[in-house]
Design a binder for this molecule. Sequence first.
Ligand SMILES: Nc1ncnc2c1ncn2[C@@H]1O[C@H](COP(=O)(O)OP(=O)(O)OP(=O)(O)O)[C@@H](O)[C@H]1O
Length: 692
Amino acid sequence: MGRGSERKYPVNADDFQLYEEIGDGVSATVYRALCVPLNEIVAIKVLDLEKCNNDLDGIRREVHTMTLIDHPNVLRAHCSFTTGHSLWVVMPYMYGGSCLHIMKSSFPDGFEEAVIATLLREVLKALVYLHSHGHIHRDVKAGNILIDSDGSVKLADFGVTVCMFDAGDRQRSRNTFVGTPCWMAPEVMQQLHGYDFKADIWSFGITALELAHGHAPFSKYPPMKVLLMTLQNAPPGLDYERDKKFSKSFKELVAACLVKDPKKRPSSEKLLKHHFFKHARSTEYLARSVVDGLSPLGDRYRMLKAREADLLVQNKSLYEDKDHLSQQEYMKGISAWNFNLEDLKNQAAMIPDDDTSNVDNQSLLGQERDGCSDGDSPGEGGSPHRTVNSEDEPLPEDDVDDSQDLENSLAGFPMKPLQALKGCFDICEDDIPAVSPTSNDATQSGTEQLSQIKSPVAAEDQEVEKDDNDSSRVNRSMSQSFIRGPKRFSSGSLVQENIFSPKKPIGDGYREPVQARYPAERNYSGPLQSRQRKDSNHSLSGDDTSEGAIVQRKGRFKVTSADISPKGPTNSLISLNSGAASISSAPPLSAASVLPSLHGILQQNTMQKDEILKLIKYLEQSSANLVESAEGGASDSSQISSSSARERELEVQVLQLQQSIGSLVEELQRQKMKNAQLEKKLNFVVKKEDKI
Ligand SMILES: Nc1ncnc2c1ncn2[C@@H]1O[C@H](COP(=O)(O)OP(=O)(O)OP(=O)(O)O)[C@@H](O)[C@H]1O
């Protein structure tokens, strides 16, 4: 090994003096070290080969790639060698360490825009280089963006880099499932059609949010949930209200990257020309504004480790008797790039029913581990308490509480919560389009719909938790809506908002107060569907966001061409409710502008119908299981006394489920009617257009 640089680096451990630890990852520990013969400070990544021997190929690939690359923004290995059971990879020492560590220690709420623009420009240069040489990085994130004392930026960690030009046939699409879930593109999660370098563009967009907020969207959640949220929710983005301090062009850049359809994402080359990078400065600026004043990397790393350990101790009592598998699952999934959906699902199936609080507590720890400053963030740290409470007894605000995890929502469900979750996975995995009413680029989302049906009082109660729980709503819309009976039908992307609470006014009347309460200074990322809708900048301009150009505005909502993806627009419910009326009342609309959105709506409608049918089936099955288990329980005399309360509970739940099914059937019929109406309108517009 060792076609490193001009200098000849020794390939013997004795020639290096290891100093303090400066980082660790899933597979390795990184040390600051002295290369004695060259009298040069280096970083050495020490990989325990015994631990990684199931992925020796991956390691070889990483090291090989690291020694071949030659770009100022890509971290290149000087040399590597094995010693004992370890592989040592000798690299340039980057004084500032990773952006993740810098944020954790000094910028918990993220960086200012000029810094972000500069960092991202440098990372993008690295990506342009890698992509043009046939590499997908596959692990773009703040933890892999290293800064040196002079402000130079390098993209590191080729543990998951893969060459697209394998086997001479320039294979452009991969079928392996690798990546860190929060940063992972939906197509990588789906494992359906493989993925290409556009997966890096998604991760790049997530990294942009991470740098802006101090943590990645969904980072507080366990991997299973991250998967669900990424697949089901509208893509995360910068919010018009909450992210006021950021420019329109930044919002556009993020929106351009975080489009679920990889084909619609710009290439790294195109992205580099985005006008957002006019905000970028020189790398000396980074040195001055970010690196200067930082304590030595080793000290910072030690401090962070200590904080992490404290947090673990603090939270230990909350989960120590709980299921350890779940902890492992969380830790592994969040931080590992060897991420296996099947494993995850198997693990999920093994988590016992009462694991609800566990997951949340782990999330707290995990986010600390993974660089999420949620411990400092109001609202986000609150979830463990809530969860613990909700396990014993539902909180009064549970009716409208969106902060609970999907697992929590399922806790009251008679069938095993994680079994139910597994069901969700199956739906997601096999039939993503059908379960993704909140598909691409939502301009109005489940989150918002949810907020529409919240009572004002509830909205007030929930104000503090709103930000960090946006992300869970769409997911939970399904579980909550169907599990807790009509009273709790808080809707979401799937179910028409007024169906479960027909007397409640919908629309701005309820939305406004909630939105007005966003504390402007809070910085959370998350799916932020409502933010996207509110963000009128979202895709207003910018050559790189052409797919997001506005096709049509409907009241407060806009339909963008990006919405007109094969998956249809995600503001479907509002569109469904108002679409027919607005077509006839909007005089300047041309068929050309309306048609695509109508097609989208129709498609969406059909998908919703399918989804509802699936859920009905699912609920019917669950309901049958319930009855069975209730009967089974009754026949077992030894359990009679202890299970009578449970039986009553089950009966209530059966009733609720039946009501839910009834409501769903109604909803289905209503949607069918709407569908028919829309079809009529569509035909009418088409005919009109043909005549013209
Ligand atoms: N050359 C370097 N100079 C300074 N710090 C470094 C260097 N390389 C790595 N680090 C620090 O060590 C941390 C762990 O890096 P490493 O690439 O080994 O992680 P990993 O095992 O690949 O982890 P992950 O899977 O989470 O990416 C980085 O986040 C960074 O803070």
